[in-house]
Ligand binder design. Structure first.
Ligand code: C2E
Ligand code: CA
Ligand code: CA
Ligand code: CA
Length: 275
């Protein structure tokens, strides 16, 4: 049986297709990258629509690969989630983001993305507390962005964690709103502080009436529930104008700035928006 096992294993190694090999290499690389500190947090400004002021920055992780250069999170977050490495990576992002934010003006918050996998880690709440304590950042300046998929898994335990986080002052945002399944019922299951309207709707604001209707409905819903609405992926002045007219609270997108390294936060804060 032992020989069989080895034989099978060897067959698997040599017979592994190119995709699986590439994936295996990426996984080993990802582990090494955590040790070698090859990750960097970039920041994208979020503006208050009425005042035009920057009110927060979203932390977006980048991988500075020694050979392949800057790698987008869409190319490694899924693998980090499958391998569980996201727990370590996410904790690092959280600590880094809290630390960076202590150098910003008091009225500028930081938003950090949390993966559903991080909710399976029983230490999530203590990790968040530790990041706040280590940095000295007040809890009210930290926003955690979660997607609906977080609420799909073991929702009683997840809700308890969310309530505990919110209980000590951290704010919770519902990310990518409108892309999942039963969005509206989630708004009833937890008192979210913010809804982030997915980029796909904002993209089509000026070209599709149904996207416009959806954005209008979500902003109006936010208003009646007392929840801040943030439009993601605002790229044009025309989109921004429609969002302003609908009373959307905040806007984020390439129209204002792409995500940039921490060293450029001050420039992003002072630079008036190009019109
Ligand atoms: P997300 O949380 O929905 O983040 C917004 C994404 O939209 C970012 O992509 C941002 O660069 C991009 N974006 C912003 N404005 C515009 C725009 O006007 N036009 C277009 N076309 N895109 C825009 P990014 O940085 O590549 O991140 C992709 C996703 O990776 C994020 O989507 C998030 O799901 C995930 N991610 C990034 N950093 C982290 C992290 O630290 N932890 C976890 N768990 N996930 C992360
Ligand atoms: Ca996000
Ligand atoms: Ca999003
Ligand atoms: Ca997204």
């Amino acid at each position: 049986a032992k020989a069989d096992g080895r034989g099978t294993y060897r067959y698997f190694e040599t017979g592994m297709d190119a995709r699986a090999q590439a994936r295996r290499i990426l996984e080993l690389d990802l582990r090494a990258a955590l040790q070698r500190h090859e990750f960097e947090v970039y920041y994208q400004p979020i503006r208050d629509v009425a005042s035009d002021e920057v009110v927060a920055f979203e932390a977006l992780v980048r991988w500075n690969h020694s050979l392949r250069g800057l790698i987008s999170p869409v190319n490694f977050i899924p693998l980090a989630e499958e391998t569980g490495l996201i727990v370590q990576l996410g904790d690092w992002v959280l600590r880094q983001a809290c630390m960076d934010a202590t150098g910003w003006p008091d009225n500028v918050d930081v938003a950090v993305n949390l993966s559903p996998v991080q909710f399976k880690n029983p230490n999530l709440v203590s990790s968040v507390k530790a990041a706040l304590r280590a940095s000295g950042l007040p809890a009210h300046r930290l926003e955690l962005e979660i997607t609906e998929s977080v609420l799909l898994q073991n929702s009683a335990a997840t809700l308890a964690v969310l309530h505990e986080l919110r209980g000590f002052g951290v704010r919770i945002s519902l990310d990518d709103f409108g892309t999942g399944y039963s969005s509206l019922s989630y708004l009833r299951s937890f008192p979210f502080d913010k809804i982030k309207i997915d980029r796909s709707f904002v993209n089509e604001l000026t070209t599709r009436d149904d996207s416009m209707a959806i954005v209008r409905a979500v902003t109006s819903l936010g208003k009646s529930l007392g929840i801040v609405t943030t439009a993601e992926g605002v790229e044009t002045e025309a989109q921004f104008e429609l969002l302003r007219r609908e009373g959307c609270t905040q806007a984020q997108g390439y129209l204002f700035s792409q995500p940039r390294p921490a060293a450029e936060v001050n420039t992003m804060l002072s630079r008036p928006r190009a019109r």
